[in-house]
Design a protein around this ligand. Structure first.
Ligand code: GRF
Length: 199
């Protein structure tokens, strides 16, 4: 299967996926990076890995439909089967959802439905939550609302800082996303996730 990764920023999750594809642990081809921020570090990572990128700015289009139509054209050009959101800071609209229904996943740094949207790590700290974590879920039209595939929790310590929590969460993300993608792309589901992880 061929995937496209969508990212807006640093792209450390994108890199984690690139690395496991390179090592052979994830049997897929990353055909394209889609990025809505021209200066994003994720684009440098794509260039370094020789992965084509489609970079756009929403303001250059008249509507969400218009830029998603442009994205869709690229996805078709590269024969993309599956979309992996990794820090893509835009809601997916009906154009992409219509074309990739059930084939778009996202990773979010909290235990959804807690702390959806921006700065989930800051939200967890501000709420003095005892637990937060990582959620991988299918994408629907809402903000971090689609069906949950898997969650892994992280305990917040007394002296937890933004940096320390972010580090713990990203460590989990970089392991969990490749693992779950391998299952979704090869067996189409994560039914045996507990068993697979125990092995
Ligand atoms: C990750 O924490 C992810 O869960 C969230 O955005 C962040 C992206 O980080 N959706 P990076 O760009 O992959 O480093």
């Amino acid at each position: 299967k061929k995937i496209a990764v969508f990212a807006s920023g640093n792209g450390s999750n994108f890199q984690a996926v690139v690395d496991v594809v390179k090592s052979g642990e994830l049997e897929t081809e990353i055909s394209l990076l889609v990025c809505d921020k021209p200066g994003a570090y994720a684009v440098d990572r794509a260039n370094a890995a020789k992965i084509p990128s489609f970079i756009f700015q929403a303001k250059d289009y008249t509507s969400k439909e218009a830029y998603e139509q442009a994205i869709l054209t690229e996805l078709k050009r590269y024969d993309v089967d599956f979309i992996v959101l990794a820090g893509y800071m835009r809601l997916i609209g009906s154009t992409l959802l219509g074309a990739y229904q059930g084939r778009i996943v996202n990773i979010h740094p909290s235990l959804l439905p807690a702390f959806p949207g921006k700065d989930a790590i800051g939200q967890a700290l501000a709420a003095k939550a005892m637990w937060s974590g990582v959620t991988i879920h299918y994408v629907d039209e809402g903000m971090d609302t689609g069906p949950i595939i898997i969650q892994e929790r992280v305990r917040l310590e007394e002296n937890e800082t933004r940096d320390s929590l972010q580090k713990k969460i990203q460590q989990i993300e970089h392991k969990l996303y490749p693992e779950i993608l391998q299952m979704l792309l090869t067996q189409g589901d994560v039914i045996n996730v507990t068993k697979a992880r125990a092995n």
